[in-house]
Design a protein around this ligand. Structure first.
Ligand code: SF4
Length: 401
């Protein structure tokens, strides 16, 4: 089936049972969004979430990197979907499934491991003593591959705290609605993906050429690439620019919003190996909130590291510290993280968040369900007509989107 795998898996975490099912032949052709099908499968189950990729994820269309975590519920649709950026959605797509449904809760902590058409839950109780970075490292070490993409959680998710946050390998910025708590209440410490498969395309050369043409148009619109500073004025301050090491793009993105910062080593040394892990920042609301509070850039980055390791959403953490009235600094944040809060949900719209990339939540959900990064596509203009030639070359049929 061009562009998609045509297959999904359901894992009952309580029993460990795994079942697989085929998707309809017209899954990528019907014009219905992927989420309609995912929701249909979720609706038939009592307590489930899904991790999936979009129809165009891993295609050559610019910034077709996105995946998602989905839950059903009564909140607005944009609150029930968490974007996955970086390479996670792509690894998932190439692992052989379009989405994985997880239902019930495991008896002991462990992680989802998906690769080469196999999906399984791996019990791993010892891992629960680690933070999110330790969980990513442990899975990569255990499975013997540094390229495994890990959606990890930290100690905050283990207690299902509502402001816990999913962490993509080591970095945070996607999960503003407590999806990590959905993992925590299921004893799910992480979800790991490695995809060695290939995407079937009807006309690979035609798809490549038309995607390339589209990217050229975008580059002429986008202006100068400047990492996070191109997306947020707060990142262009001299103090933070002084810590900048390099910019990093997600799969297929020609205009990265991600900047890697170093606080202990000389950031001008362009070696990739070093003793300091540094931090890849793309969480615009967190950077803007802490800049507005007047935190130094070193403290800002250090707080982002601490929040990511704990699997805690940084804006709610900083808000909570500020509400205590004694000023926001690294020590106060560390203390709140160690005591596990409280840090109530933010409760306001956060400009710069992925979910607010578009003025309307419907475009955010639609863009994500297609597998396209909302931040990028909001910037270039989410015009489905502009995609049609590249999609038609991939599918071998009229563009249904
Ligand atoms: S805009 Fe940022 S998050 Fe989106 S694809 Fe590009 S680098 Fe990734």
């Amino acid at each position: 089936m061009p562009l998609v795998n045509g297959r999904y898996a359901v894992i009952d975490l309580a029993s460990g049972d795994v079942s697989e099912d085929d998707l309809p032949e017209d899954y990528a052709l019907s014009g219905a969004t992927v989420l309609d099908r995912v929701d249909e499968v979720l609706r038939g189950r009592k307590d489930a979430i899904a991790i999936g990729s979009g129809v165009l994820t891993a295609s050559l269309i610019p910034a077709a990197c996105a995946g998602f975590v989905r839950r059903l519920g009564v909140s607005p649709s944009a609150d029930r979907i968490c974007p996955l950026t970086g390479n996670t959605g792509v690894e998932m797509k190439l692992s052989g499934f379009d989405f994985i449904v997880l239902e019930n809760a495991a008896e002991e902590p462990g992680y989802l491991w998906v690769r080469d058409g196999i999906a399984e839950f791996v019990p791993s109780p010892d891992m629960s003593g680690r933070d999110s970075w330790g969980r990513t490292d442990a899975i990569r070490s255990e499975q013997g591959d540094r390229r495994i993409q890990v959606i990890s959680t930290g100690p905050w998710a283990d207690e299902a705290l509502p402001t816990s946050q999913l962490v993509m390998n080591y970095w945070g910025g996607e999960d503003r609605n407590g999806f990590a708590a959905e993992f925590g209440k299921r004893n799910l410490l992480a979800a790991a993906f490695r995809g060695m498969g290939e995407l079937e395309l009807d006309d690979p050369e035609g798809h490549f050429d038309s995607s390339n043409e589209l990217q050229k148009v975008h580059i002429s619109l986008l202006g100068r690439s400047d990492g996070l500073a191109a997306f947020s004025e707060a990142a262009s301050g001299e103090d933070l620019v002084g810590l900048r090491h390099r910019d990093v793009a997600c799969f297929g993105c020609p205009f990265p919003c991600r900047t890697f910062y170093k606080t202990a080593e000389d950031p001008k040394t362009m070696k990739l190996e070093g003793t300091e892990p540094g931090y890849l920042a793309y969480d615009i609301p967190a950077v803007e909130r802490m800049t507005a509070l007047g935190l130094s850039s070193r403290d800002l980055i250090s707080i982002m590291v601490k929040c990511a390791r704990n699997g805690a959403e940084p804006v709610s953490v900083v808000d909570s510290v500020e509400s205590h009235g004694s000023g926001v600094d690294l020590a106060a944040v560390e203390s709140l993280l160690e005591s596990r809060g409280p840090a109530p949900p933010v409760g306001r719209t956060l400009p710069g968040a992925f979910s607010t990339s578009f003025a309307d939540p419907e475009s955010f959900v639609h863009c994500l369900s297609l597998g396209l990064c909302p931040r990028y596509w909001a910037r270039v203009g989410f015009d489905l007509g502009s995609l049609s030639v590249a999609v038609e070359r991939a599918l071998g049929t009229e563009c249904p989107l």
